[in-house]
Write a protein that binds this ligand. Structure first.
Ligand code: HEM
Length: 466
């Protein structure tokens, strides 16, 4: 049964590096033969799940995960796009259509905005590197900038001119008390799937077969047809998501939910938390505490994910369109329909903190880019990221609910990530009194990304090497 000691050594450290900073080096392969040769030398630098588990044990032993302390740790992973694998001479299909096509072909489906370029062509409004495509990404995460720079130098020394660095994204946890919070201010990465026999399981957590995340393991729907060398790999969705934070804050401040006994700031806080489904401060679920924040509940990992949605409550506790309900509808669907759509999120914020000037104007400053380097792992993109973005977040009739007359309710898009080619109409959030509030703009703006395959470590000195 999974995981054997070999699986743990073979699987890259997808479980998540204990990281405060992370660099994503998106590259194109310039010299495939040279690269294949260098890959063998790079392999010892690639961090396995076994190594991550070991590091996490020590970090816990030394109680270093709280406040500012993180033990020195560096984790390095590598993943390839379909184009990249072809350059390395892989001819057989891995069986994932979204991966084979690449994310750019999926841009419409994902709801990304298109613009007309100088030659009159309609192209997604993406960063140039993603528009022209990359062959792979090296992820280096760790406790501090010096640690990851040292590692980045080693990696660059080994790969030399065999690659061209098309884009380097510098992810960084937010400072001080905001650590672990994304740029809108909400605590992230609370609800992640638990993997049978591998991760510690918390009450209320969705428990999945390893094959939902890991290729070739039980629960992978294509287990029997995957090439043998791909076992213990995983598909990665990277999304470069800009966040318009001052704009979001202004909207929330201007539109407090009005309820007896609720002041203006509390009404605004309630509106924001209803867009996510969790309170800002520590992630307490509004399903459990719908009107008032409860930070102690948020920080209690025995309780903060232990809930299902109360059918009889309608939207009075959690709106149907709340981000966490759109992306993991729990008991809104039966278990067999929710389990295959779980993914392991491992994103990190990028960009500077909001300035006083931006906050006052309610507008992101010119040339300022901040957001989420969104990363998630799954064994099938058309069940994981691609499906969830397209069929749930961007689907105005999801989750399926009926009004009193058996008519399907119009729920609206996910107010955070729902996207419709730049058209914000249809992005709504329900107040406690069910008058949907229409959201003026998309405050999460996709700048593209790519789909990658994170191969098993054995392939780095085997199938993919020379
Ligand atoms: C949960 C923020 C993009 C999928 C959350 C939570 C926050 C958050 C604050 C609550 C913490 C938790 O329950 O773990 C954001 C922001 C995004 C973003 C600010 C964009 C800038 C995405 C995308 C997807 C996604 C693109 C996938 C299509 C999820 C899932 C959960 C979640 C699956 C957990 C829901 C649950 O199990 O209850 N997100 N997210 N998020 N998000 Fe996002």
């Amino acid at each position: 049964t999974f995981p054997t000691p070999n699986d743990l050594k073979d699987l890259q450290g997808e479980l998540g590096f204990p990281k405060r900073v992370e660099n994503f080096i998106f590259f194109t392969i310039q010299d495939p033969a040279g690269f294949k040769h260098a890959l063998k030398q790079l392999q010892p630098l690639i961090t396995s799940t076994a190594e991550v588990q070991e590091a996490r044990k020590h970090i816990q032993e030394f109680k270093m995960r709280n406040s500012e302390g993180l033990m020195k740790f560096v984790g390095t992973n590598i993943a390839f796009s379909a184009v990249g694998l072809k350059k390395l001479g892989v001819t057989e299909s891995l069986g994932d259509v979204d991966f084979e096509n690449g994310q750019r072909k999926d841009a419409h489906n994902l709801g990304d905005t298109f613009i007309t370029d100088s030659s009159g062509q309609s192209v997604p409004d993406w960063l140039p590197a993603f528009k022209s495509g990359v062959d792979g990404v090296i992820l280096i995460g760790g406790d501090s900038l010096p640690s990851i720079f040292e590692q980045k130098n080693k990696v660059e020394h080994i790969l030399g001119n065999t690659i061209h660095e098309a884009l380097v994204v510098e992810g960084q946890a937010r400072p001080g008390k905001e650590k672990g919070h994304e740029h809108f201010g909400y605590l992230d990465n609370i609800s992640l799937p638990g993997i049978k026999n591998l991760t510690k399981i918390f009450p209320g957590q969705q428990i999945v077969d390893p094959g939902v995340l890991v290729v070739g393991q039980d629960g992978d729907k294509l287990k029997s047809s995957r090439p043998a060398w791909a076992k213990n790999g995983s598909f990665v969705a990277y999304r470069h998501l800009n966040q318009l934070v001052p704009e979001f804050n202004k909207f929330v401040n201007d539109n407090p939910i009005v309820l007896p006994g609720l002041g203006r700031p509390e009404g605004s806080a309630l509106l924001g938390s209803r867009m996510f489904g969790r309170w800002k401060s520590a992630g307490a679920p509004i399903e459990i505490t719908p009107l008032k924040d409860d930070p102690a509940l948020g920080t209690d990992d025995q309780r903060n994910n232990n809930f299902v949605f109360d059918e009889s409550a309608g939207q009075t506790r959690c709106p149907f369109s709340a981000h966490i309900r759109k992306t993991n509808p729990r008991n809104d669907l039966s278990q067999e329909f929710v389990a295959p759509h779980q993914m392991m999120r491992q994103g990190i914020p990028f960009g500077p903190e909001v300035t006083f000037g931006e906050e006052t104007l309610g507008k992101t400053g010119p040339g300022i880019n901040r957001g989420l380097a969104f990363v998630c792992y799954q064994s099938a993109l058309d069940d994981g990221f691609s499906f969830v973005q397209h069929s749930w977040a961007n689907n105005v009739k999801f989750p399926p609910k009926e009004d009193g007359n058996n008519q399907q309710l119009l729920i609206g898009f996910d107010p955070i990530i729902g996207a419709n080619g730049g058209d914000p109409s249809g992005r709504t959030v329900n107040g406690i009194i069910p008058t949907p509030l229409t959201l003026p703009i998309e405050w999460v703006v996709s700048k593209g990304g790519e789909y990658f395959f994170s191969p098993p470590i054995s392939a780095l000195s085997g199938k993919l090497a020379a």
